[in-house]
Every structure is written in C-alpha cells, then in structure tokens.
Design a protein around this ligand. Structure first.
Ligand code: UD1
Length: 418
C-alpha cells in the first residue's frame, strides 16, 4: 500500500499542464465498442480507472494498445457482451458499457458497478432510460441482463439530469432507426465531448450541453482519431490548492468556461485570476475570506467533485462557511480527517458548517475516496509539520501522479511504501 508523506508549509509557484479528463475518457472508452474500426485516443491519461476500463474492453475481446499516451482500440473484433464483477466492482463507469453493448450486440450482462464510496449511487435512471428504448431488463444475482432485440428509438424523460444515464442512453440509441430524444439531460462538458466523439465517427447526435439531446440513428460508426477535453476537476483542484497554499500558478491545457462556478467563488474569496484562451493564472498573496454558502448542483452549478477540496479551503479562510452537498449523501467523509489536522467543522446531514482556523497541522490521515484524497493532499501542503496520507490508491483513480505536479510547483510530497 502506498502513502503520501507531505512536508507542509510550502507555497505553489510555476506552470503545470492539466491532463485529459477522466470523466470524458471513460464514456468515450465505453463508446469505442460502437466503432466498426479503430479508435485512436490521444493524450489518454492512464488514471487507474482508465486502466480498468481498458481491461473491461479487453475482456470483451477488443484489442487495446497504449503507445505512450496514445491508446488504440480495435473493437471491431470484440465478441462478448458479458462483464464480470472483477472489474465492475472497481470502476463505476463500467455501467456505461450497458448502452454500447445493447446497441452493438442487442444484449448485455453486466455485474453491478462499484466506484467511489460516496453514497448509494442507484442506477434506476439508466435502467428506466434503456426500458424507454424497448430494452427488456432483468436484475438478478448481482447482474443486469439486457435483451435488446427489439431496441428502438424513443423519448426518455430523466427524473434527474444524471451524467451517466444521459451518456448511456446516447450510446444505446446510436444505431436505432429514427430519432431518440432525451429530456432533462445532464449538461456536463464531458457529455458534449462524448457527442463530438460519436459524431467524429459518423454519428448524428445534437444538443449535448443543453437539456434536450437528439440522437438520429446511423447504420455504423467508422474509425476515428480523437483527443478528449482537459480535466475541469483537476483544473479546479489545482486552483484551490494554490488558493490554500498561496503563490502564483499558471495552468495550461484548460478551459476556464468549464469552471465558471468555482472561478466566481475563488474571486469572491479574494483570489486574483486571469482567464486566457487555454490558460488560467491564479495569484494569492494573503489570507482569503470564507464563502458564506456553497451548494453542489448539476453543471453548470458548483461541482460535487470539487466539494471536498473547497471544504479544505474553507477550513483556513477567515470567517464561517456553509457547504450543502445535494448530489451524494455521504460525501463529507473528509471532515473526520481534516478535524485530525485541526479543522473546525460540524456536519449535519447534507450540510457542513466550517469555522476557519488560523492554520492546520500535520497528522496521519486516510483518503476515504478520490476527491477527499485530493482535498487531504491540499491540506497537507499548507499544514504545519508533516502529514501522512494512507490509501492513496483512491487518488490515483483520477489524478496522474498528483505529487509530481505539485512538486514541480514547489511542494514537498513523497510517495512511500508502507
Ligand atoms: C458522474 C461523474 C462523477 C460526478 C457525478 C456528478 C463520471 C465517470 N463520473 O457520475 O465524477 O461526481 O457525475 O457530477 O462521469 N442518480 C440516481 N439514479 C441513477 C443515476 C444517478 O438517482 O440511475 C443520482 C445519484 O445518486 C446522484 C445524482 O443522480 O445523486 C447524480 O449522479 P450522476 O450524475 O448519475 O453521476 P455519475 O454519472 O455516477
């Protein structure tokens, strides 16, 4: 088991390139099963979640090869529609395979997904969406069985704009004759990226980024060379890290339009930000003000995936802050760990009340999930003394050697065995 050993009290300065979005790559990898040829993905960052999805594709019979960070997938030779629980337990996005499998093979058998331990994470919207396309679904013995021999285009009304359900339904309907419409679709940039990827293979999807998406069925999808979008959650994590430690950081390969909710909060706190075409520069030279209220919401609201990092920032700001988590019910697990570091946080149901303290101190803590783990790395960099973070495998699911990026900017983080 690897750990991080962090010497606190460093500020961050310099330039760092943001890697490609995990949450864009994962549905695109699922969508590769739709391709009757070869998918070439550039800048395909090898997050551990991505490696697991590649293993799933291989289990289905696709031939996947990494050459540096270029991944090629020949899924035209895939011949299986069954995914065992060996990998689905490890990566929640395995649920995205349902849509492409029913589109391609007209049947699927997928074990229930795992993923970050941040709440119950039901899949009812995925199931109802597929049923609206005439897919028969049975759930038994921990597996979801889909019979899609009569799959057809249709109208899907999502009760909630679920990212995964929206992506799954888009992929399921790609080959359905006629037009499928998704109402109350999620609007995340990663959905628009999936649309662009499918259209680059010859698909006909429009409306992603708005709440109504239309998918006109095509007969087949051809080979493609595609570069997914940069990771807005990594961008946000690094901006918050600089806000916490102080300093001046320039992030490249980023799109500030994907982070407007965070940027407005950081400005409100007192951070100076310069927004350029594909760059963001943040400069922080003094103690920041608390944000009175932050509430997580579907895009373009404040992202739940930046809530733990923002909570970490609020622990050392001047004043009191309330954070309301609307998406995942157990996403405040970082608070017990931050409390060990001297933070003053009260949790009541889906609300956290944070009274800013002068400073945090180093402690032996454990990453409870991916984004909380990132929040703890940020806390460790600003704390007095040394912090050890256990269970950093959670962090590797969505950050590519986070310690290297922060060390390049002046942090002192060691990855150690133990
Ligand atoms: C995606 C992201 C994840 C992010 C989340 C919300 C990926 C790989 N993961 O996850 O990082 O935190 O969006 O921005 O892109 N829900 C249901 N029934 C369902 C599906 C979802 O009730 O069938 C609920 C969930 O419990 C949650 C809300 O809808 O409260 C949002 O979940 P969803 O948008 O589906 O998140 P994911 O796609 O799992």
């Amino acid at each position: 088991m690897e750990k991080f050993y962090i010497k606190g009290g460093t500020t961050l300065n310099g330039e760092v390139k943001v890697s490609t979005a995990k949450n864009a790559i994962l549905p695109i990898l699922a969508g590769a099963i739709l391709c009757d040829g070869v998918v070439t993905l550039n800048n395909c960052s090898k997050y551990s979640d991505v490696n697991y999805m590649v293993k799933i594709l291989t289990e289905l019979g696709a031939v996947c090869k990494f050459q540096d960070d270029v991944l090629t997938i020949n899924s035209s030779v895939a011949d299986k529609f069954y995914i065992s629980d060996e990998y689905t337990k490890k990566v929640r996005s395995s649920i995205f395979m349902l849509g492409p499998l029913v589109a391609r093979f007209k049947q699927a058998k997928v074990a229930y997904p795992g993923g970050c331990n941040i709440g119950t994470r039901p899949i009812d919207l995925h199931i109802k969406g597929l049923q609206s396309l005439n897919v028969k679904i049975e759930e038994k013995h921990g597996y979801i069985y889909c019979d899609a021999k009569n799959i057809s285009s249709g109208e899907v009304h999502l009760d909630f704009p679920s990212v995964g359900a929206t992506e799954n339904i888009i992929m399921a309907s790609v080959f359905c004759k006629g037009v499928t419409k998704i109402y109350n679709a999620a609007k995340e940039p990663e959905i628009e990226d999936l649309q662009n990827f499918i259209n680059a293979m010859g698909g006909k999807v429009k409306g992603a980024g708005t709440s109504t998406i239309e998918i006109e069925g095509v007969k087949k999808l051809h080979s493609v060379n595609y570069t997914p979008i940069p990771d807005r959650i990594i961008t946000g994590t690094y901006l918050i890290a600089c806000a916490v430690t102080g300093g001046k950081v320039c992030l490249t390969n980023t799109n500030h339009l994907h982070n407007t909710a965070l940027i407005s909060k950081l400005k409100q706190s007192g951070c100076k930000l310069q927004l350029k075409n594909d760059k963001i520069i943040i400069e922080v030279g003094h103690k920041l003000k608390s944000i009175p209220k932050i509430e997580t919401l579907p895009y373009p609201g404040f992202p739940t995936d930046l809530q733990s990092q923002m909570l970490t920032l609020q622990t050392i700001c001047k004043g009191t802050s309330v954070i309301i988590e609307n998406l995942f019910e157990t996403r405040f697990k970082i608070y017990t760990e931050l409390t060990k570091m001297g933070a003053n946080i009260i949790i009541k149901d889906r609300m956290a009340l944070i009274n800013g303290v002068k400073s945090l101190y180093g402690a032996n803590v454990t990453a409870p999930d991916l984004r909380s783990g990132a929040g703890l790395v940020i806390a460790g960099m600003c704390a007095e003394g040394y912090t050890t973070i256990n269970d950093i495998y959670h962090i590797d699911r969505g950050y590519l050697n986070i310690e290297n990026d922060f060390n390049c900017l002046g942090a002192d983080i060691k990855r150690i065995e133990g």
